[in-house]
Design a protein around this ligand. Structure first.
Ligand code: PLP
Length: 232
């Protein structure tokens, strides 16, 4: 059942790749398992090739990290408070949600203590929504300037959460803006700053995001079904 959902999402990604002349292996599908039990994750691991899972809460990521049946790649995709960095810095394969110098500084400090390099993405609030976290487009260069010398974090690219819209076509403009920013940063060849990852697209709009160059889509509902926040 989860297998069918997962494969349907993969097929849609492939169709979007075909449509835009991209190759399938450029796009990673992250199964967003927040609020869902570990049994769902195990089912997906055992019936598909899925090894990338996304969580938005530190405690939940850590719990699942410890109980899942096989090691997988854990993506921290939710807002991260500085006092919780120490719990995830060595468990997340990628922190998608870095949106302040203070947070980057804390990740640098905790990664340094453990002698690791922590891969991160810069979260950008492309549509300037008041309710969302993330840097504004015009703040990204200053941010990079501040953190580019940190030795224990590695900037791999950019992430955005597009607005919730009825027509996913409405988000194309935001995805395009993020991709253009990433190309612009890449063209400047800044030390320690890679722009190989564009984390954009969720259940509602991942096909458009792939057409616009996404390399990581984060799909929850489309794989695991609707979430019930009251129970969990
Ligand atoms: C929950 C969440 C998703 C997945 O959302 P769906 O609409 O269920 O696909 C993706 N990205 C982030 C940051 C999330 O918090």
């Amino acid at each position: 059942m989860l297998k069918n959902n997962y494969e349907e999402v993969l097929n849609n990604i492939r169709r979007a790749c075909d449509k835009s002349g991209r190759s399938y292996d450029e796009v990673t599908l992250i199964a967003v398992s927040k609020t869902k039990p570990v049994s769902y994750i195990d089912e997906l691991i055992n019936t598909t090739a899925c090894i990338d899972f996304g969580e938005n809460k530190v405690q939940e990521l850590v719990d699942k990290y410890e109980t899942v049946s096989k090691p997988v790649n854990w993506h921290m995709i939710g807002h991260l408070q500085t006092n919780k960095v120490k719990y995830v810095v060595d468990k997340a394969c990628l922190i998608h949600s870095v949106d302040s110098v203070n947070l980057a500084k804390t990740i640098e400090k905790e990664a340094s203590k453990r002698n690791i390099i922590c891969p991160i993405l810069i979260e950008v609030n492309v549509a300037n929504e008041e309710t969302k976290f993330g840097l504004k487009l015009d703040e990204v260069y200053d941010f990079i300037d501040e953190i580019k010398n940190y030795k224990h974090i590695k900037v791999e690219g950019l992430m955005t959460i597009a607005p919730f819209v009825d027509n996913p076509e409405d988000n194309r403009v935001h995805f395009r803006k993020l991709r253009n920013l990433s190309l612009d940063i890449k063209s400047k060849c800044i030390d320690n700053i890679d722009m190989n990852v564009l984390s954009m697209g969720m259940t509602n709009d991942y096909e458009i995001a792939v057409e616009e160059g996404s390399t990581m889509v984060r799909v929850g509902t489309g794989i695991f079904g609707a979430r019930n926040y009251n129970i969990s």
